[in-house]
Design a protein around this ligand. Sequence first.
Ligand code: NDP
Ligand code: 8X3
Length: 252
Amino acid sequence: MKTALITGATAGIGQACAHILAKNGFNIIITGRRAERLAEAAQELHTTYGVQVHTLCFDVRDRQQTFDAIASLPPQWQSINLLVNNAGLAMGLASFEEGNMDHWDTMVDTNIKGLLYVSKAVVPLMIKHQTGHIINISSIAGKEVYAMGNVYCATKHAVDALTRSMRLDLSKFPIKVSMVCPGAVETEFSIVRFEGDVERAKKVYHGFENLVADDIADAVWYIASRPPHVNINDIVVMPTAQPMAGVIHRKN
Ligand code: NDP
Ligand code: 8X3
């Protein structure tokens, strides 16, 4: 059986990826900072799909915690076939000159440095087994910019650049590196972005049919289920009503 490690699997897209991979027979390592949610998710995945589930509770921004967590994996969990670098967030929506620098730090530390730390800790395990696949969750914000998205867009552009660079460097092992770039998906993303303001978060998805986490998990599964000689470099998944970043056709 294959093993997948999914970061940020306590909610949203990561949780949906854990489900589709477990449904297709992967044993699952799920990570996040909320221990209770990890325990609940592990129980649900095991009961629903009969797969083995291991949890790692750590903050991807913390280099030591990240390396300690991966090093703590029991030997049978160290053959990681698939890493889904999903943990990430946006904080705030502000014109550059009004930007909150604590928000900037959190986004850079999570979306860029967190992805780097997890990958750096997992790649040696993949090299050891001469196989592996990394799927990075970037965003349409990694392809285009939108008003007041400045630093979030920059972090996701970095994920795009890192995906291409990692593919160049790691394909020789061979490790596949792929990316999924979603448009607006209703998850906890906007609640986090607006620091718990649920009413403001709801307005983001008002008047059009947004994507749901399963739409992105479908793309991840498509990428993960190709044969060894095929790598899907990149999939951009958008709501039909969102033709580009920052543009949404709303009915009312
Ligand atoms: P959610 O807020 O629903 O989920 C985010 C997940 O990331 C949670 O499981 C959270 O776990 C985890 N996470 C956040 N910060 C950390 C951290 N410091 N350490 C460890 N885990 C962390 O959002 P989504 O599911 O929507 O977001 C998933 C990814 O998809 C992100 O990278 C996001 O940028 C990207 N994306 C989202 C889009 C959207 O519209 N929703 C569109 C495009 C891309 P916990 O809090 O337990 O630590
Ligand atoms: C978030 C994408 O379009 O909701 O990564 O800002 S969007």
